[in-house]
Design a protein around this ligand. Sequence first.
Ligand SMILES: [Zn+2]
Length: 314
Amino acid sequence: MKNIPFISLMILLTQLASAADTHRLRDYPAEQVANKVWVIHGPLGFPSVENQGFMNNPAFVLTDAGVVVIDPGSSTAAGEMVLRQIDKLTKQPVVAVFNTHVHGDHWLGNQAIKDAWPDARFYAHPRMIAKAGAGAAEEWLDRMNRSTDGFTANTRALIPDQAIDQDRVIEIGNTHFRIDAPPKAHSNTDVMIEVVEPGVYFTGDNITYKRIPRMDDGTFKGSAAACKVAKAAQARIYVPGHGPSGGVDIIDGYCDYLATLYRLSGELYEEEMEDYEMKPRIARALKAYADWDGFDAEIGKHISLAILEYEGSL
Ligand SMILES: [Zn+2]
């Protein structure tokens, strides 16, 4: 009989451990892309049960004042996973977090950082801050929770409170973070971040590589302008919102996809074609991107959006 309390305790501990595991994201390696800059390249694809809702590219920069995180992922579990990778490299505090835009796969990990490092400052574009506060946060919490079958249920939205806009430069621990804020590009809440000293440029979802993102909140013309701005920075390394990092040439693919899709949608619209009729022709012209993740899911929607934008420009 005297063993019963011990057994009960073991059962309780096992239950607690499995409850904790329920919200634990599997680890992904942090890859060094430049001096003091690390990127956790998430899997391609859209949020799912399989990927636990994690599919962006969280990153961190080691400065003399502490760690700066960019886009800590889609959930509290993702933010905790990012913190575990940082912990392998430094015991310095996280002092700042940048969020590239309002889409929750990039920033719903904020709360985990705040819980671990309450003094960290959270930066985003003023429209990101406003939109997140006006309902986008709840929408994305719900979207993540549904697409992961409840894996992200314990996630809360920590909305940034430090507004950053075009040409702002923030110095943190002898490292300079310069902001480009292209209007109406991927989400109309976008910032792109140049980490000046190592020459690394974070594009957010204005540029993706080997993955076609949603364009529901963006414009084709604004995205084309963002491509030019990103290229003009002449960074050594570009880190896209999704997909592998690389040199300036990783920008060309997605920008060519957008430009071709927009141009052909306009031309075929002038020939009085309906969007479903255009789709096979445009898909053929874009066959170089047919193996990019999300191509089949997004191309029809992209054509419809391109036609609307084209009509609006007439
Ligand atoms: Zn996005």
